[in-house]
Design a protein around this ligand. Structure first.
Ligand code: ZN
Length: 321
């Protein structure tokens, strides 16, 4: 981690300020050391250049595995595709050029596929993830002077309030035990006038939800490597599902990713069947979450449930405040 990252951090236990004890340092990067709380004296180790605010990867061991195996698959600069930039652009209420000079929080950063887009357009990124994907994100982008990474739990974020111009979490919150409550952790970290954007799985296709939920009663309990090998069935099933007469039968019985690239297919299929938690939501439901947080200029993007809103510049006043 870079020492400059401390300015946005606070103790997740008591909100005390943190100071960095440097063990080993190379240039700007503190490789090993600890962050120590001035309030409760809690100590958070810095391991392999990443501060660790959790003792392990909790319920997301599948994502630690997935993003170690597929460290570069979805990173545009490595894949030669522009999926991450295209999807990110669709998830924002402003052009990517607006990111220049902005401070951005990436919640569930994974390997850093969207962080790379922010960096490319001149923003500074604070990426947090509960899984060991943080090590992949560091390998991919940790060397960038504007990239900061921490391993942390969304329900105990080690971050100060009122800091960020933009907070996004794309395809992540539905993998927590409580998607709405996870979203509710975010707006307080926005600067007034800042934007929050999330994407969660849609429940629009009831048959898809029913079918994946049926398989998922058992698949998250499979050993990770076994499930990953089984997900390679998506490679040939793709060609079966391309036959118009059989497509609905194939995808209805056993939904798989239909990405033309076989690596993305295996990755996205594993991504569907491996998580411990996976919830599906509707537009009105997520819109109401934004309204309840008193966000304004709320916008919805189709076809996924992508919703974005703005923290008011002048907070609504309440009688007791
Ligand atoms: Zn503390």
């Amino acid at each position: 981690m870079k020492l400059s990252m401390v300015q946005w951090l606070q103790c997740p236990a008591c909100a005390g300020s943190l100071t960095c004890q440097v063990g080993t340092q190379e240039g700007q990067e503190v490789r090993e050391g600890a962050l120590v709380c001035g309030g409760c004296r809690a100590r958070y180790p810095i391991v392999r250049s990443v501060p660790r605010f959790v003792p392990g990867d909790g319920y997301v061991g599948n994502f630690s595995f997935e993003w170690t195996v597929h460290r570069t698959t979805q990173v545009d600069s490595q894949s030669g595709r522009s999926d991450s930039e295209d999807r990110f652009a669709q998830s924002l209420p402003f052009p990517l050029q607006y990111l220049k000079g902005k401070l951005v929080l990436d919640v569930g950063c994974g390997t850093g596929r969207f962080a790379e887009v922010v960096l490319k357009h001149g923003g500074t990124v604070m990426g947090v993830d509960l899984s060991f994907a943080v090590d992949s994100a560091f390998a991919n982008m940790g060397g960038h002077p504007n990239m900061h990474i921490a391993q942390a739990d969304i329900f105990k974020l080690p971050l100060k309030r009122d800091c960020f111009d933009l907070i996004y979490s794309l395809g992540v919150l539905h993998h927590t035990p409580d998607c709405r409550r996870a979203f509710e952790q975010l707006p307080k970290h926005l600067k007034p006038g800042g934007t929050v954007a999330i994407t969660v799985y849609t429940n629009q296709n009831k048959f898809y939800v029913m079918s994946t939920n049926f398989w998922r009663t058992v698949t998250p309990k499979f050993p990770k490597r076994l499930l990953y090998v089984l997900c390679h069935a998506a490679i040939p099933l793709y060609y079966f599902n391309k036959i118009p007469m059989l497509r609905h039968i194939g995808l209805g019985l056993f939904p798989i990713s239909m990405d033309p690239d076989w690596r993305w297919r295996v990755l996205d299929t594993y991504d569907c069947y491996s998580p411990v938690y996976q919830s599906y939501h509707s537009y009105p439901e997520v819109f109401a979450w934004f309204e309840a947080q008193e966000l304004t200029r709320i916008r919805v993007v189709e076809p996924t449930v992508t919703v974005m809103g703005e923290r008011p510049r002048i907070e609504a006043r309440h009688g007791a405040d």
